[in-house]
Design a protein around this ligand. Structure first.
Ligand SMILES: *Cc1c(COP(=O)(O)O)cnc(C)c1O
Length: 418
């Protein structure tokens, strides 16, 4: 076949050889801790390559050794995940937090400066500000809407510019869908890189997922996922992933081996099953979200809707960033009801089809209250600045029939008045 197959056509078979598994059409769960070597010489060769003591010979693959280092369910899954964004390599983890913390620990050391965007996912924010700082890592945060010149000035004014080692961003930001320019962030990283030290850019791409935004193409060095969300997509597994070039991924996988926070074979198998439907699920999430947003935009009990599809020329840079890096409007919508916490809670308590739960990116629609749930930890001033108020609801639009989702929202909004 001369024409290159699209990733969605490869998700059912890529990287798996049925002949090695009794002809099973699907990759079995390799529920095993260790692998038998055919000879002592083979075991020695596998270890030499795994520990980087020599380069593999031409055509030599990394042999299976021990499931903390490699396992077919993880390797095949990792190979499939690289296809969506044409990454060299991928590493999967037991959670999104594992992927994120491993990258932060690998690319930072005491006295380095870390530049982050705000707001970040609560877990990432906690690890960075409460744990990394214990190891004397300096943290500087910029906000959505701050210009590149402003950010550069802030880094220079800190007196720590020469210590900048990593830029870590999350876009779109949760829960407001505010965007950060990935290409612009890379320019900042380049500006502070020297011949001795390259400043890397890592992007948490959980919110849009691997189909709708490709940070590596816009200059990111590493992409991170909570695979618990869209990649897993069924609210039944916790997992994470990191993708990037060979050299950086060798470092990430090296640390993963010694932290021992790789995903289990069973998780690998579940995520492979999820990847087969990733494209169709994402298409439906995006389609439904557009329908739901259009409905919310015109509802008298709704004050404001935070949705990528609502950006227009008037929004200036935000609109420009969206056109540059987002391939759809995504599946996440936040909106303010008219009223306060009482009205927001009435709405949430009245939902029937939509489940009242945190997390996102699953087949079923989910709703939550950022101010008192996912973002309860964010300090009050920042909450106000970010418009995370008592009246805000966050909606992860699922793949149910969109009319049923809208009907459920309608009856729940109506219940506010009673
Ligand atoms: C959920 C989430 C994480 C953390 O992932 P876990 O799989 O829960 O460890 C990180 N970043 C974002 C944006 C998330 O939504």
């Amino acid at each position: 076949m001369t024409k290159k197959l699209k990733p969605e056509s490869l998700m059912m078979s890529y990287g798996y050889k049925p002949a090695l598994s009794e002809g099973a059409i699907k990759c079995p769960i390799f529920q095993t801790s260790t692998f038998v070597f055919q000879s002592a010489e083979e075991g020695k060769a596998f270890f030499e390559v795994a520990y980087g003591l020599r380069q593999p010979h031409k055509g030599e693959e990394l042999g299976l050794i021990y499931s903390r280092i490699n396992n077919p369910d993880l390797e095949i899954l990792e190979n499939r995940l690289t296809l969506w964004e044409e990454a060299d390599e991928c590493a999967v983890f037991e959670s999104g937090m594992s992927a994120i913390t491993t990258v932060l620990l690998e690319f930072l050391k005491p006295d380095d400066l870390l530049l982050i965007s705000g707001p970040l996912y609560g877990g990432s924010d906690h690890f960075i500000n409460k744990i990394l700082t214990k190891f004397n890592i300096h943290v500087l945060a910029f906000k959505v809407g701050q210009s590149k010149e402003d950010i550069i000035k802030m880094v220079n004014d800190s007196g720590l510019a020469h210590k900048l080692a990593l830029i870590y961003i999350e876009t779109p930001a949760n829960p407001t869908n505010d965007l950060i320019d990935i290409g612009g962030s890379k320019e900042i990283a380049k500006l502070f890189s020297t011949s001795e030290k390259e400043v890397y850019l890592a992007v948490d791409n959980t919110y849009l997922g691997p189909i709708w935004q490709h940070p590596l193409r816009h200059g990111a060095d590493l992409v991170l996922y909570s695979a618990t969300k869209y990649i897993g997509g069924h609210s039944d597994v916790i997992a994470g992933a990191c993708l990037g070039n060979k050299g950086l991924m060798r470092r990430v996988k090296g640390l993963r081996t010694f932290l021992g926070n790789m995903a289990s074979p069973n998780t690998g198998w579940l995520l492979m099953r999820s990847l087969e439907t990733l494209k169709v699920r994402m298409d439906t999430h995006a389609y439904n979200a557009n329908k739901v947003a259009q409905f919310l935009n015109h509802h008298p009990r709704v004050e404001k809707v935070y949705f990528l599809g609502n950006l227009t020329e008037k929004d200036g840079e935000q609109f420009a960033i969206k056109n540059k890096q987002c391939l759809t409007n995504g599946g996440m919508i936040s909106f303010d009801v008219k009223g306060l916490e009482k009205e927001a809670f009435k709405f949430l308590n009245a939902l029937k089809l939509i489940k009242l739960a945190v997390s996102l990116g699953s087949t079923e629609s989910l709703a939550e209250h950022p101010a008192t749930m996912t973002h309860i930890d964010v300090d009050d001033t920042l909450k106000k600045e970010l418009s995370i108020t008592e009246k805000m609801i966050r909606l992860s639009v699922g793949i149910e029939n969109y009319e049923d989702i809208i009907d459920d929202i309608t009856q729940a909004l109506d219940s506010i008045g009673n």
